[in-house]
Design a protein around this ligand. Sequence first.
Ligand code: ATP
Ligand code: MG
Length: 433
Amino acid sequence: MILRTHYSGDITPEMDGKEVTLAGWAHETRDLGGIAFLVLRDRKGLAQVTLVKKLVGKELFKSVRSISRESVVQVRGNVKAEPKAPRGFEIMPTEIRVLGSAEVPLPLDPTEKVECELDTRLDSRFMDVRRPSVLAAFEIESAVLRSIRDYFYSQGVTEVFTPKIVAAATEGGTDLFPISYFEKEAFLNQSPQLYKQMLMGAGMDRVFEIGPIFRAEEHDTRRHLNEAISIDLEVSFADDKDAMELLEGAVVAAYRYVTENCLRQLEAIGLNLSVPKVPFRRITYTEALELASERDVKMQWGDDLDTETERFLGETIGEHYFLTDWPSSIKPYYTLPYEDRPEVCRGFDLMHPRMELASGAQRVHDHGMLVSRIKEKGLDPAGFEFYLNAFRYGMPPHAGWGLGLSRLVMTMLNLENIRDAVIFPRDRRRLVP
Ligand code: ATP
Ligand code: MG
C-alpha cells in the first residue's frame, strides 16, 4: 500500500500536472460554498488542496466538510501551478481518505496561532510536536547528534555503552535515584565518568557515549532536568588542552551541520544561526574573578561560580568560552591538580553566555594519587575498588568531558527552557507522559 508519494515540502509549481499522493494532518478546512479548501500538513510543510464542487462532484466535496481538524488524511490528486496559492501550487484531488479521525475539541491548537502554556503543551506533547517550530527543534537535535557522531568518527573515536544501573555513586553524594535490583540496592547512574575512564585502562584509547544521566537533585530551573542526555568523551594520551580542542570541534561541527542542512527547520523557528568561531576564548577561573571584580562580587576564590558572576561573564564575553584552571577543592576527585600548585586543577567548563554546557578535565591517572584524592573528598576508596583496579595495571594519561545535549540545543536555538529541547522531560513534578 502506497500511503504517500511526496511530502508537501517537496512539491513545487514546476510539477504542474503530476499526480501525487500526500498524507498528513488536516491543518485547516474551509468551505466557501462552491469551493472548499483542505490544508494538509506533514512534517515538511503545508499543501493546499482545492475542491471545486463542479469538478470533484458532490460526494467528495461533501466529505471534506466532515473531516475534523487534525484528522489524518490521504489525498490523491494532481499538482496545479497556481500563483495565488501558498508556495505557488495547489492540489486538485481525485480521492480523499480519512485514515485516522481526530476527536473534538483538541487538547491544544497545533497551528501556532495561539500561545499555549508550557505545562499544557507538555501534557499533550504528541499534539504539541505537530507545531512546526516544536518539531523543528527535535529534528535539529537529531542533526546535532549526527554531526557530533560524524565528528567523533573523523577523530577516530569509538562509540561505547556503559551501564545505567550501577552499584555506586560517581562522586559520592546523595543525588542518586535508588532502585531495587533483586536483593540489592542499586542506582541510576549520574554519569558514565568512572566507566569511560576504566575503558582508558582497557586500551580503547578514544571513546564516546551518548546516553542518559540521572540526577536526583530537586532543581527548579530552566536548565536542569532529572534525566538528561549527556555526550561524553574520554581520550587517552591526551591532556586538558586536547580535550578542549575536541570539545570546541564537536560544538562547531554541530553548528556548521545545522546551518548547512537544516534551513527549513531554522526557518520554522525563525532563527538566523551563525557558526561560532574557534578557538573559543580560554580564561582561567582566577582571571574570571578578576574580570568580575569590577562588579560587586560576593564570591571568594575557591567558591563555585555564583549565578550573578556567571551572568556577568556571559554578558561581558558574549560568546562561547572556556573557564579553566579551577580550584581543586570544587572539582571532583578525578580532576588532575597542577603539579607545582596543587590547589589549582586541570578542570574546565565550556560556557555559553547563558549557561554551562560542559565540564571536563585532564584526569588523575596515578593510582596512589587517586586514592588520596578520594579520601581528601571525604569518600571511602573501598567503595571505588572496581574503578581503582583499572588504575593499578597500567593506566595511560587521559582527559575527557561531558556535554549536555539539551543545553547545546537550547542555547543554539535560543530556546527559553530546557523543556523545549526535550520531548518528554523529567523534572521534580513531571513523570508523565
Ligand atoms: P550545573 O552546575 O549546571 O548544575 P553540573 O556541573 O552539575 O551542572 P556536570 O556534572 O558537570 O553538571 O555534567 C556535565 C554536563 O551535563 C553539564 O555541563 C550539563 O550540560 C549537563 N547536565 C548536568 N546536569 C544536568 C541536569 N540536571 N539537567 C540537564 N543537563 C545537565
Ligand atoms: Mg559541571
